[in-house]
Design a binder for this molecule. Structure first.
Ligand SMILES: Cc1ncc(COP(=O)(O)O)c(C=O)c1O
Length: 483
């Protein structure tokens, strides 16, 4: 006979923690986090020596059947795994596009995960959705977009660019969109070409336009390419401008591109994943003039707003476009919002279930207001200009890309050296700088030259670290010259 009593769960295997256990686990983690963050300035800017072998030692084929003590697991993370990385949270991290890692955002993420509310649909957590909607509206205002604008927070710039391409495709092309052509520059971030392929375009439909001596997309060549494609019966529909390229930090002439796109009825998208938040500064606004005329913009709070990785943003001039591109009905979902003040993120973005990533932006912005962010970004512009001036004084240096924002590119030259010799020479200097551990730089190869880059973007990078960078670059180049 079946029991009338529901099965009881054995108390010793519950996944629920008591208040004391919660506090203990959080305290164990917090102690380590605080010590880690506090020692960041003294940590190497990158340390991956021997990391492949150490990773191999971590391979586990079988999932654990029983648990291990929290201390043991946290020690694995903090003593072994975390230190063996590019130290992207370090003040000396000047590589690629530095991120940040605001602790305030980490606390917001903790709250979001611990309370685990559902923000994919408005009805499930209206006030929390509203806080995230506010963040997107603040960003739209920053870009001087009109009141009709809307957008959403994504996991990063790549997926935000992907959604921009899908939105433009659905808005401007028929169901059979295979003749649609997308225009980028030879400096556009590779995630745009990847997004185009993911959005269903064959790689041949992405037209790469050459950039000028300052690495900006050439409008004259764009004009010619669009006309030629139309003559071939293709359907130009989308131009992607860059507000800060990853190679050299170039900002395209956004005003000229916007005017061209309007005249030719093309969708104008701006990838401002790196540069966008410099709109908080006067100099950034001047450099990016014309961005307000775009149809869509990608910003990356996990770059220019110093957030931990995991937050990008797509803004569109007309919010209705996103709804038309994404809204699909299902009987089992609660009713969606028609009030223009309210947003269901599932109707304007690819995701349904999602983390409450807006909280990680909202909390630091509300705690501090924009002022400290603006001052931090202004400081990065100053530091990059200072570095360019100082590096230019080193013997044999050519500044190939002056900072248009906070990124510069340069190289050491030697009379009569071939390009492969210069590449080896510059990489040797790069390795010697990085081996010192105070800063971490990266190189890139563009237009046939290998360049060293410095990108200043972390809220932790200040004058002292930039002086250290200069000392180490000077010392490494002297050593290389001495053989
Ligand atoms: C200009 C630019 N666009 C897009 C991206 C891709 O952004 P994410 O890494 O957030 O996907 C980056 C990343 O560095 C970038 O610099």
């Amino acid at each position: 006979m079946s029991s009338r009593v529901p099965p009881r769960f054995p108390a010793d295997t519950t996944l629920e923690l008591s208040p004391a256990e919660m506090e203990r686990l959080a305290r164990l983690a917090l102690e380590r986090i605080v010590a880690h963050v506090g020692s960041l300035p003294a940590q190497p800017a990158a340390d991956t020596r021997g990391a492949a072998e150490l990773s191999r030692a971590l391979i586990e084929r079988e999932p654990p059947e029983t648990g291990a003590p929290a201390e043991e697991l946290l020690d694995l993370l903090f003593d072994r795994a975390i230190p063996k990385s590019f130290n992207t949270a370090s003040p000396g991290y000047l590589a690629y596009i530095p991120g940040g890692g605001l602790f305030q955002s980490a606390v917001a993420d903790f709250i979001a995960a611990a309370t685990n509310r559902y923000v994919g649909v408005f009805a499930a957590a209206p006030l929390l959705v509203q806080l995230e909607t506010n963040v997107v509206r603040w960003f739209a205002r920053l870009a001087d977009f009109p009141e009709t604008a809307g957008g959403f927070l994504s996991s990063g710039g790549s997926l935000a660019n992907f959604s921009a391409i899908v939105a433009a495709r659905r808005e401007r092309l028929p169901e059979d969109f295979r003749s649609g052509v997308i225009y980028v520059s030879d400096q556009t971030h590779h995630c745009v070409a990847k997004a185009a392929v993911l959005a269903g375009f064959p790689p041949r439909n992405v037209r790469e336009i050459a950039s000028d001596g300052a690495f900006r997309l050439r409008p004259d060549l764009l004009t010619r390419a669009v006309a030629e494609d139309r003559e071939k019966g293709l359907s130009p529909f989308l131009v992607v401008g860059s507000a800060g390229t990853v190679n050299t930090g170039a900002v395209d002439d956004l005003g000229a591109l916007a005017t061209f796109c309007r005249r030719e009825s093309l969708w104008f998208h701006v990838d401002a994943a790196y540069g966008g938040f410099f709109l908080l500064t006067e100099r950034g606004r001047r450099a990016m003039a014309g961005i307000e005329k775009a149809d869509s913009i990608v910003l990356d709070p996990h770059k220019g707003l110093f957030l931990p990785y995991g937050t990008g943003c797509l803004l569109v001039r007309d919010a209705a476009v996103l709804r038309r591109a994404h809204a699909v009905e299902a009987e089992y979902l609660p009713g969606m919002q028609s009030d223009p003040d309210f947003v269901d993120f599932c109707e304007i973005s690819p995701e349904l279930s999602r983390g409450h990533r807006g909280l990680a932006v909202w909390l630091p912005l509300k705690l501090y207001g924009l002022g400290p962010f603006r001052r931090n970004l202004d400081e990065k512009l100053d530091l990059a200009r200072w570095a360019a001036r100082e590096i230019a004084l080193l013997p044999g240096v050519e500044i190939v890309a002056e900072p248009q924002l906070s990124l510069l590119a340069f190289r050491f030259t030697r009379p009569g050296a071939t390009e492969p010799e210069l590449e080896a020479w510059n990489r040797r200097i790069l390795d010697a700088v990085n081996a010192r551990g105070r800063v971490h730089l990266t190189a890139t190869t563009t237009k046939g030259s290998t360049l060293l880059r410095i990108c200043v973007l972390s809220f932790r990078t200040h004058a002292d670290r930039m002086e250290a960078a200069l000392e180490d670059i000077a010392a490494a180049s002297r050593e290389a010259a001495a053989g």
